[in-house]
Design a protein around this ligand. Structure first.
Ligand SMILES: [Zn+2]
Length: 240
C-alpha cells in the first residue's frame, strides 16, 4: 500500500484494545485509524466535544456534567455510556469500522445493568459478534510504570513523546507543532500504580467475560516498537 493512503477494511468491524496504562492502546488505535479508516473512539475527546458544544450551557444535564469534568470528578457513568452508544449508532449507520482504546473500562460500561444497555450488546447488535475483536496488549507492570513515568506530552497538540524523562531533557519541543513538552500531572508513580490496580481489578476481568460472551480475544505482546505491534495487528485482523 502507498504511504499516506487509507484503506477501508474489507468489512466493517469493531475492535476493542485492552491493556494496562502505558500499553500503547491509544497509539495502536491511532495507527489503525490513520491507515485503515477505523474511527478511533476517544472517550475523553467525545465528552469534551459535547460539553463545550455551542448551546451546551442551556442544557441542565450538560451543565451538571461540565461542573464535574472541570473539577476533575468522573462524569456520571450512565451519561458517558449514553454518549458512547450514540457514537456507535452514528458510526454503524455510516458503515464505519470502530476502535476503542480506553473504553469499556469496567463492568457497567461493557455489560450495562439491566436498565442501561452496555456497549457490548450494542456493538453486537450493530456489528455482529463475529465482527468484534478484543486485543489484549501484554505489558509487564514494570514496563508500564517505566513508560508512564518517562512519557511527555505536547502542551499544545497533546502528542505523546515516549522514553523522555522530565529530568532528562533530550527533546524539549514537539516534533509535530514545536510546542513545549510537559509531563502529565497524572503520570506520577503513585497515580500510575493506582491506575494499574484499577486495571487489574476492574478492567482485566472483563476480558474473560467477553470471551464467554462469544467475542474473539487475542493476546498480543505489547513490548516493542509501536509499528511492529501495529504490523501484528494488521495480520491478525487480516487488513493487509
Ligand atoms: Zn505538538
Amino acid at each position: 500500500m502507498k504511504p499516506g493512503r487509507q484503506a477501508r477494511p474489507p468489512a466493517r468491524q469493531a475492535l476493542i484494545i485492552f491493556g494496562p496504562p502505558g500499553a500503547g492502546k491509544g497509539t495502536q488505535a491511532e495507527l489503525l485509524s490513520k491507515r485503515f479508516f477505523f474511527f478511533h473512539v476517544d472517550t475523553g475527546r467525545s465528552i469534551e466535544r459535547i460539553l463545550y458544544a455551542p448551546g451546551a450551557e442551556n442544557d441542565p444535564v450538560l451543565v451538571r456534567e461540565r461542573k464535574k469534568f472541570e473539577s476533575g470528578e468522573l462524569c456520571t457513568p450512565s451519561w458517558v455510556l449514553s454518549i458512547m452508544r450514540d457514537r456507535v449508532m452514528r458510526l454503524a449507520l455510516a458503515d464505519v469500522s470502530v476502535v476503542f482504546s480506553g473504553y469499556p473500562r469496567e463492568e457497567f460500561q461493557a455489560f450495562g445493568d439491566g436498565k442501561e444497555q452496555g456497549l457490548l450488546d450494542l456493538l453486537a447488535a450493530e456489528y455482529g459478534k463475529e465482527r468484534m475483536t478484543v486485543i489484549q496488549l501484554l505489558v509487564p507492570s514494570e514496563e508500564s510504570m517505566k513508560r508512564n513515568s518517562t512519557r511527555l506530552i505536547c502542551s499544545v497538540c497533546g502528542l505523546p513523546v515516549m522514553g523522555v524523562g522530565s529530568s532528562d531533557p533530550i527533546q524539549v519541543a514537539c516534533n509535530f507543532c514545536g510546542g513545549k513538552l510537559m509531563q502529565r500531572s497524572l503520570d506520577n508513580p503513585e497515580d500510575i500504580r493506582a491506575r494499574l490496580e484499577v486495571y487489574k481489578k476492574q478492567t482485566f476481568p472483563l476480558i474473560e467475560r467477553m470471551r464467554a460472551y462469544g467475542i474473539a480475544v487475542h493476546e498480543v505482546n505489547g513490548v516493542g516498537a509501536p509499528y511492529e505491534i501495529h504490523e501484528t495487528l494488521v495480520k491478525l485482523l487480516e487488513l493487509a
